[in-house]
Design a protein. Structure first.
Length: 247
């Protein structure tokens, strides 16, 4: 099972932030590439260390909205969105090449990630970008981005969030709700064990939701992210699941 985390989002100097610790606990790094966070310096630092550790590098493309950390849906036309996402990916690919690494996948961030679950226009932009560069695509299972990716032969990697609560319909609990996040390492480890043994996760509404995934995510800005990642790893190992990259 792959374990991923959003990296390069910190406002602190990268080397003195909590993110280097996170990078040592994952197999795939979703690197902020300028849309919601990140800059030349952070991308270079993350790519250099990811290459040293053998961690896969993914472009975490986002709505171009640093003021809202990419977590607010934007009313933006397809052409403008495509231009922005292409620039973000190009910047990360250039930096990765400069340190002898490469970008192997795309994962939308924040509001864009949620929008492409149901919105064909923006989902097609993301899928087209992955197709043009022959990259894999991380995303929400049973989404429009998954359907469109399969239509054009883009490899889709379904994802589950260890630090986010789920509704009975299988969707994420909105971040506006107080029960949106799961911040207990004990709960995260238990959820991971349920995931790998039963292919389900408990919903906040009661009952279980079926889960399909090839990668597990913890957000770097969730309180105690490093402890949560260790809990994910413990849950996997104790269930006899090998931790490794998706590719």
């Amino acid at each position: 099972m792959d374990v991923n985390c959003d990296i390069g989002e910190t406002a602190l100097p990268w080397a003195t932030s909590h993110e280097p610790e996170l990078l040592g606990l994952i197999t795939s790094a979703n690197v902020a590439c300028g849309g919601h966070a990140g800059d030349e310096s952070s991308m270079q630092a993350v790519c250099t260390e990811a290459r040293r550790l053998g961690v896969a590098i993914g472009a975490q493309v986002s709505y171009p909205d640093r003021a809202n950390f990419g977590r607010v849906e934007m009313q933006i036309d397809r052409a403008s969105l495509a231009h922005s996402l292409s620039e973000q990916l190009d910047d990360l690919m250039r930096v990765a090449r400069s340190v002898g690494a490469s970008v192997t996948y795309i994962k939308p961030h924040g509001a864009l990630y949620n929008v492409v679950v149901t919105n064909d226009d923006h989902a097609r932009v993301v899928v087209d970008l992955a197709f043009q560069h022959q990259l894999s695509l991380f995303g929400f299972p049973a989404s429009r981005s998954e359907s469109l990716a399969k239509q054009v032969g883009v490899r889709f990697v379904p994802e589950w969030f260890a630090d986010r609560s789920y509704l009975a319909n299988g969707q994420l609990v909105p971040r506006s709700r107080p029960d949106a996040l799961v911040t207990s390492p004990f709960d995260v480890a238990a959820r991971v064990r349920q995931l790998v043994t039963e292919s389900t996760v408990a919903s906040v509404d009661g009952g279980n939701v079926a889960v399909e995934c090839s990668t597990i995510c913890v957000h770097s800005d969730t309180t105690g992210a490093a402890d949560l990642l260790r809990a994910v790893r413990e849950g996997l190992v104790s269930s006899g699941v090998e931790i490794g990259g998706w590719h």
